[in-house]
Design a binder for this molecule. Structure first.
Ligand code: A3P
Length: 291
């Protein structure tokens, strides 16, 4: 890894907000409670979107909290340096974000009744989104050549390691009662239906008006304007949104304008090889099994 990264059990993490101690605390020290709700994602798969949705669902569609407290304080990260102490004081049910692969998840999670919502996104779009994010975030390693970047992504030499290992690891837990699998693409296609699925999973039914409030305030446009989730609170020397906005395009399929035919074929081959046995069909899967 480069100077901006930290290696923890072979997984590359951004050193600005992680330390060996913070990840070890998440893994071994953090005490999971049965009512905890975890939103787990590989980076750039809809993390901020889910943070917004969970806040709004818990606020019955009222945007007041979402507009007055930063997303990372409403649904804080488990593994970042700010977590220890902060998470213990959160009111129940705690809403917690994590990018950790399942092998690094708190040992106290296994055997608990805590709930996990795992959001997954077409890896090609994740790769494109991560490329622009790495370009605008000065605390990340950046490879300007997109072809080289695709190689690094394919080899898992990016933050939080391999997309394939992350997704396959978490999907291995999907038969747990308390596991909800969502895709970025279905959220994009039918946000209201996705919110209803989340509400049902959480056992928190909302009436039509509250649902409207959630859907309206979690739209791409609304979130782009909300400084509590669009990352404009972060100083420009850390995230330069003139280079690329944090809420960049917000659509599925942007990879088509970025991958060359050869890069796409190579990635499809790898995808088929890696994903042939997972037993889940994703919205981006073609009949022959590639995104
Ligand atoms: P793009 O870079 O493709 O635009 P994360 O929060 O995991 O870092 O993911 C960021 C990605 O989610 C960005 O993708 C961002 O635009 C997208 N996103 C965030 N909120 C969204 C929303 N309400 N609707 C659609 N996409 C959203």
């Amino acid at each position: 890894p480069g100077p901006r990264s930290l290696l923890y059990e072979g997984i590359m993490l951004p050193a600005l907000v992680h330390s060996t101690e913070s990840v070890r605390y998440a893994q071994l020290g953090f005490q999971v409670r049965d009512r905890d709700v975890f939103s787990v994602t590989y980076p750039k798969s809809g993390t901020t979107w889910m943070q917004e949705l969970l806040t709004l669902i818990h606020s019955d569609g009222d945007p007041q909290l979402a507009r007055s407290v930063p997303s990372w304080e409403r649904v804080p990260w488990l593994e970042q340096t700010t977590a220890a102490g902060f998470l213990e004081k959160r009111p129940c049910p705690r809403l917690i974000s994590s990018h950790l692969p399942c092998g690094l998840f708190p040992t106290s999670f296994h055997g608990s009744n805590a709930q996990v919502i795992y959001t997954v996104r077409n890896p090609k779009d994740v790769c494109v989104s991560l490329y622009y994010y790495s370009k605008m975030a000065s605390f990340l390693e950046f490879q300007e050549d997109f072809g080289e970047f695709v190689e690094l992504f394919s080899a898992g030499k990016v933050l939080f390691g391999s997309w394939f290992q992350h997704v396959k690891g978490w999907l291995g837990l999907r038969d747990r009662l308390n596991f909800l699998l969502l895709t970025y693409e279905e959220m994009h296609q039918d946000l209201r239906g996705s919110v209803e699925r989340i509400c049902q999973f959480l056992g928190k039914p909302l009436d039509a008006r509250a649902l409207d409030g959630v859907v309206e305030n979690a739209s791409f446009q609304a979130m782009k304007q909300n400084k509590m989730c669009n990352y404009s609170l972060v100083p420009e020397n850390i995230m330069d949104q003139r280079i690329s906005p944090f809420l960049r395009k917000g659509v599925p399929g942007d990879w088509k304008g970025h991958f060359t035919v050869a890069q796409n074929q190579a990635f499809d081959r790898l995808y088929r090889e890696q994903m042939q046995d997972v037993g889940v069909r994703f919205p981006w899967d073609e009949p022959h099994g590639a995104p």
